[in-house]
Design a protein around this ligand. Structure first.
Ligand SMILES: [Zn+2]
Length: 197
C-alpha cells in the first residue's frame, strides 16, 4: 500500500470551478444563472475606465460591486443605480481581476447579438480592458488577455472572440479603433477560434 499523504509538488490547477486562479477575486453581486445547458462559446472584449480616460483608480471595482459613490465625480452620477459586471477586468499593467464565476451569467453586453443569437450575456465571457475608446492599450494587457483566452479555450468550447462594438454595433463602440485585433490574434495563437476583427 502506498502511504496516504499530500501529493508532492502538485501543480496548482488553473481553475477552481468557474474561477481562474491567476486572477484576484472580487465578488460582484451582479450576475445570474445561465440558461440551462448553454455552451459558453463567445468572449466579448470591452474597454472601461472610471472616470473615462483616467487609469489606476478603483472606480471599476466600485461600479461592479455597487459601491461607486455618485458624488465622487460628476460622471459617476449617470451611473447611479446601474447594475453591471464582467467576468474579468485587465488593468493597464496587466493585473487580472475576476468578479463573476465563468459558470454564471455576468451583465456586460446588454442588448446584443452574435451570428443571429441574441442576448450574448447568456453564452459569453465578458472581459473588460481598462482603457478608453480611441485610446491604445498596453502590452501587458494584450499578453494577459491572450493568456486568459488560452485558459478559457482550455475549459470552455470557445468559438469566437468579438468586441462589444461587434455584438451591439448600434449602441456600443468599445474597445474601439485603438485596440489591435491582429496583435491579439497573433499573441493568442488559437486555432479554431474566430476573431470578429
Ligand atoms: Zn462594453
Amino acid at each position: 500500500m502506498k502511504p496516504i499523504g499530500p501529493a508532492a509538488a502538485a501543480p496548482r490547477p488553473a481553475w477552481r470551478g468557474g474561477w481562474l486562479q491567476a486572477a484576484r477575486r472580487i465578488d460582484s453581486p451582479n450576475y445570474g444563472a445561465r440558461p440551462a445547458s448553454t455552451a459558453i462559446d463567445l468572449v466579448v472584449v470591452h474597454s472601461i475606465s472610471l472616470p473615462p480616460g483616467e487609469y489606476g483608480g478603483d472606480g471599476i471595482e466600485q461600479l461592479f460591486t455597487n459601491r461607486l459613490d455618485p458624488q465622487a465625480h460628476p460622471y459617476f452620477e449617470r451611473l447611479r443605480d446601474l447594475r453591471v459586471s464582467a467576468h474579468f477586468v485587465i488593468r493597464r499593467d496587466g493585473a487580472l481581476l475576476q468578479f463573476v464565476s465563468c459558470a454564471k451569467r455576468a451583465w456586460h453586453a446588454g442588448a446584443s447579438a452574435w451570428q443571429g443569437r441574441a442576448g450574448c450575456n447568456d453564452f459569453s465571457i465578458g472581459i473588460e480592458l481598462e482603457g478608453l475608446e480611441g485610446d491604445t492599450f498596453e502590452a501587458p494587457q494584450y499578453e494577459r488577455l491572450a493568456a486568459v483566452l488560452n485558459a478559457l479555450v482550455g475549459r470552455y468550447p470557445i468559438r469566437a472572440v468579438a468586441g462589444h462594438e461587434h455584438v451591439a454595433p448600434q449602441r456600443k463602440h468599445d474597445p474601439g479603433a485603438g485596440f489591435d485585433w491582429a496583435r491579439l490574434r497573433q499573441l493568442a495563437s488559437l486555432t479554431g477560434v474566430e476573431f470578429a476583427a
